[in-house]
Every structure is written in C-alpha cells, then in structure tokens.
Design a protein around this ligand. Structure first.
Ligand SMILES: Nc1ncnc2c1ncn2[C@@H]1O[C@H](COP(=O)(O)OP(=O)(O)OP(=O)(O)O)[C@@H](O)[C@H]1O
Ligand code: SF4
Ligand SMILES: [Mg+2]
Length: 319
C-alpha cells in the first residue's frame, strides 16, 4: 500500500439507535477520485466527518499509510493527520471569515504549519491562487470574501486546503450551492489537482452526472451501508444493486446542464434505525425474496472489481 493511501475498514458510527454508518470499507488512492453517492440521510457526510475525525467512530479503522488514525490519540499524530486529510465544504462562505482578506485565509495555514519560510509566504499565496485559477493573484489576495463570486470563494477554500499539502481531499457537495455554469469549472479543477498533485479525492454528491464526469470509482450508500461499489463507468452502465438501478432510472438525463438530484423516498431512515437482520432496501425492492428479510447481504464482488450487497444480483456463498 502506498504511504498516501487512505484505507477505511468496517467503519461504523451509531448515534444512539441510528446506524448512520455501518460496516463501511473502501480505499482512497493517490490520483483517483472516488464518488460517494446516495440519497439524503444515507450517511455520506457522516463518513466524511469520520475521515477528518470530527467524529470518533463507534467501530472500525482508518489507516493512512501504515498508521491507524482512529486509534492514535496523540496530539502530534492528530495534527499531522488533519493537515494530510482536508475537507472542502458545501458552503465556502461559511468557512471564510468576512473580515479577513483572501491573503490572510491562505497565508495562515502556511504560517501555522510552517510550510514555507516567512519570507516566501507571499510568493506561495500567489502560487496557490494561480493553481486554483484565481488571477491576477495579487489583486485577488487583497480582496474580501464578499467581493468574490461563489465559484471564486470555493476556489479560495480549495487553495487554503492545498496550502498544507494534503494527500487526501474530502469534498462534501462542493458545487451544490454554485450556479450550474460554475460547477463544471470546480469539477475540472478537481480533475487537474488529482493529475498534477496525485491527490486522493472523496467526492460526495447527489449528482450522478457529475460523479460520472469526474470520478474513477463510485460508492453507492443506502441507509448507512455501501450497497454497491466499483469503477464508475461499469457501475453506472451496468448496475448490480436494485437501489443503484432505481437511482439511474430516476435520473434518466445524465447530462451536465442541470443538476439531477437523487430523489428521496420514505423508508430509508427507518431502515437504519435499530436495524434487524435482513436487507435494508427490502421494503422498496422489486426483486425481494424471502431470504432478504432474514439475512443481511454481504458486499460480494459479483463482477471483476464491482461489488454489491444483494442476495439476488450478487449472491454470496451463504445466499
Ligand atoms: N451529530 C448527529 N447526531 C445524530 N444524528 C446524526 C448526526 N449527524 C448525522 N445524523 C443522522 O445520521 C444520518 C446520516 O446523516 P448524514 O448527514 O451523514 O447524511 P447525508 O447522506 O450526508 O445526507 P445529505 O445528502 O442530506 O447531506 C441522518 O439520519 C442524520 O439525521
Ligand atoms: S437483497 Fe433482496 S431486498 Fe435487498 S436489494 Fe437484493 S433483492 Fe432487493
Ligand atoms: Mg451530507
């Protein structure tokens, strides 16, 4: 495993009886974008928050390189991990201080983490602004957040995360508050960063079209569990899990012009509340058979690299 691979194993987070994240495993590799999709409440943001250690997991491990991050409670380890794994939020405005210039926002992490000598901070701020496409940098650096557009603010937020030279970036719906015309620019920036900096991305989204456009791999979540995972092209062209099929049929036009949000149907939240054995999707599933109410399906690799949690479409040894 590469020193910068983030490996998540059997990650679980319960909020009392709510199994918000249950037995989730995946790997984020340098230079790859992994999309995490699923309807509202499926647990996507909870996964991201666990990965940046805003939440402590109920169970499971998070390993970066060879260190188990969820267990290592030393302050130094935490500080180092937090600079290596950065989060980009939905609302860039909320994460920027309106009273401070753009320069301040990007210079601060450079200074706090001692990334470059003091004399070189200015130069690095400009370099980072150029990297995210904000030019001329000297002009942008002198501005305040409210003087920029939503797309420009999101680019500032990205530049700030890049300042500490992260190896993993978690982007939780980074474009959902932006105009459609601006979204594509942010997605293209993510593509460029993964190529040029070999960053490992987790891209949380409701939007299957943008997942197809930007991601290499996809994770589909339902009621706290990953129900399907694999290469994005394969999964979206030939989905195994009935839930993935439902998502695709609900979003027939996967064009980039409008954002096709994944619709929410009742039942999911109930399915992750104090769950009994059995498939959490069974109440909504057109293919359900008797065993679906008895035994929780495992994630089974039914095709090369493509796995699903389904007794019918991805039967395991016990199914
Ligand atoms: N701090 C918390 N305390 C209690 N319950 C929580 C907490 N955070 C999240 N939840 C619950 O966990 C479930 C998963 O929430 P999460 O925010 O991860 O979903 P999501 O997939 O990101 O949804 P959305 O698409 O709406 O952002 C929801 O039922 C939510 O209400
Ligand atoms: S395990 Fe059964 S209920 Fe669950 S998705 Fe497969 S067929 Fe449907
Ligand atoms: Mg969320």
């Amino acid at each position: 495993m590469s020193a910068t691979t983030l490996e998540v194993r059997e990650l679980t987070k319960h909020f009392k009886k709510l199994h918000a994240v249950d037995d989730v495993s995946f790997t984020l590799e340098p230079g790859r974008i992994t999309a995490l999709v699923g309807e509202s409440g499926s647990g996507k943001s909870t996964v991201a928050r666990l990965l940046v250690r805003l939440y402590a997991p109920t169970a499971g491990s998070i390993t970066l390189g060879d260190r188990d991050v969820a267990r290592d409670r030393r302050r130094r380890a935490l500080v180092r991990y937090r600079s290596q794994v950065q989060m980009i939020f939905q609302d860039p405005y909320g994460s920027l201080n309106p009273a401070k210039t753009i320069r301040h926002h990007i210079a601060r992490p450079l200074e706090i983490h001692g990334i470059v000598p003091r004399a070189e901070v200015e130069e690095r701020v400009h370099e980072l602004l150029r990297t995210v496409g904000l030019v001329p940098p000297a002009e942008i650096a002198a501005k305040y957040p409210h003087q920029l557009s939503g797309g420009q603010r999101q680019r500032v937020a990205i530049a700030r995360t890049l300042a500490v030279e992260p190896v993993v970036l978690l982007a939780d719906e980074p474009t959902s508050m932006l105009d459609v015309s601006i979204r594509i620019g942010i997605l293209n920036l993510m593509l460029r960063l993964k190529e040029e900096r070999q960053i490992a991305f987790l891209y949380v989204t409701h939007d299957l079209a943008s997942a197809r456009y930007v991601a290499d791999d996809i994770l589909v979540m339902y009621a706290g569990q990953i129900v399907e995972q694999g290469p994005v092209d394969r999964v979206l062209a030939e989905p195994l899990h009935p839930y993935t099929r439902l998502l695709l049929s609900a979003v027939p036009d996967a064009g980039m012009r409008r954002q096709a949000r994944i619709p929410v149907a009742p039942g999911q939240n109930a399915a992750s509340l104090d769950p009994k054995p059995g498939c959490r999707f069974r109440e909504r599933c057109p293919l359900a058979v008797a065993v679906c109410a008895e035994i929780t399906p495992e994630l089974v690799e039914a095709r090369s690299g493509q796995a699903a949690r389904c007794h019918v479409t991805a039967p395991g040894v016990s199914s």
